[in-house]
Design a protein around this ligand. Structure first.
Ligand SMILES: [Zn+2]
Ligand SMILES: [Zn+2]
Ligand SMILES: [Zn+2]
Ligand SMILES: [Zn+2]
Length: 171
C-alpha cells in the first residue's frame, strides 16, 4: 500500500503527538501519514532509516512497516522470472544477470554441462542459453562444420592435437 505525505497546519485544539517518538509536535505544520502525525525527522524508512518526511513523497506500508520505495520493492516486489527455470525470483533474493536476463544464483550455470561459474570465469549467452567457454567453443566448431563441410578434415587434424582431458578451470 502506498501513502502520500501531507502537511497540515497545526490546529488550535492543542498539539498532536508524534507517532514516531511520542513527543508533542510543536512545529507549525504537522506531517500526516497513515492517519497519524509525525515530526519531519521521525518519519523514516523502517529499513534503511532514510527520511520520508517530505511533503508529496510517497511511502510504502506493509504490516505496520513504513518503507521507502526502494526497500519496499526489494522486500515485496518481484525481480522477474528466472531465464533458466522460468520460476519467479523474489525481489530480496540475490540474482545473476546476463544482458536482460535474470537468474537464480543456483540456476546460473552452463545449460549444457551444468558447470558453475566462479568469479573471473567467462560465460556466453548463445540463443538465450548460458554456456561455458568450453561448450560455446564446441558449439562454434559444430556450427562451422555445418556451414563449411570442407573444413572438417582440417578441424579433425586440429582436434587431435588437443589434450584429451579438459583442462581444469581455475576457480
Ligand atoms: Zn517525533
Ligand atoms: Zn529505505
Ligand atoms: Zn531459476
Ligand atoms: Zn558447459
Amino acid at each position: 500500500m502506498t501513502m502520500d505525505v501531507k502537511a497540515e497546519p497545526q490546529h488550535n485544539k492543542g498539539s498532536q503527538e508524534c507517532a514516531g517518538c511520542g513527543k508533542r509536535i510543536t512545529e507549525r505544520f504537522l506531517l500526516q501519514a497513515l492517519d497519524r502525525y509525525w515530526h519531519e525527522d521521525c518519519l523514516k524508512c523502517g529499513c534503511c532509516d532514510c527520511r520520508l518526511g517530505e511533503v508529496g513523497s510517497t511511502l510504502y506500508t506493509k504490516a505496520n512497516l513504513i518503507l521507502c520505495r526502494r526497500d519496499y520493492l526489494r522486500l515485496f516486489g518481484n525481480t522477474g522470472y528466472c531465464a533458466a527455470c522460468a520460476k519467479v525470483i523474489p525481489a530480496f533474493e540475490m540474482v545473476m544477470r546476463a544482458r536482460s536476463n535474470v537468474y537464480h544464483l543456483e540456476c546460473f550455470a552452463c545449460q549444457q554441462c551444468n558447470h558453475r561459474f566462479c568469479v573471473g570465469d567467462r560465460f556466453y549467452l548463445c540463443e538465450n542459453k548460458i554456456l561455458c567457454e568450453y561448450d560455446y567453443e564446441e558449439r562454434l566448431v559444430f556450427a562451422n562444420m555445418a556451414y563449411n563441410p570442407s573444413s572438417l578434415a582440417h578441424l579433425k587434424r586440429q582436434a587431435s592435437q588437443l589434450p584429451v582431458s579438459r583442462p581444469p578451470l581455475a576457480c
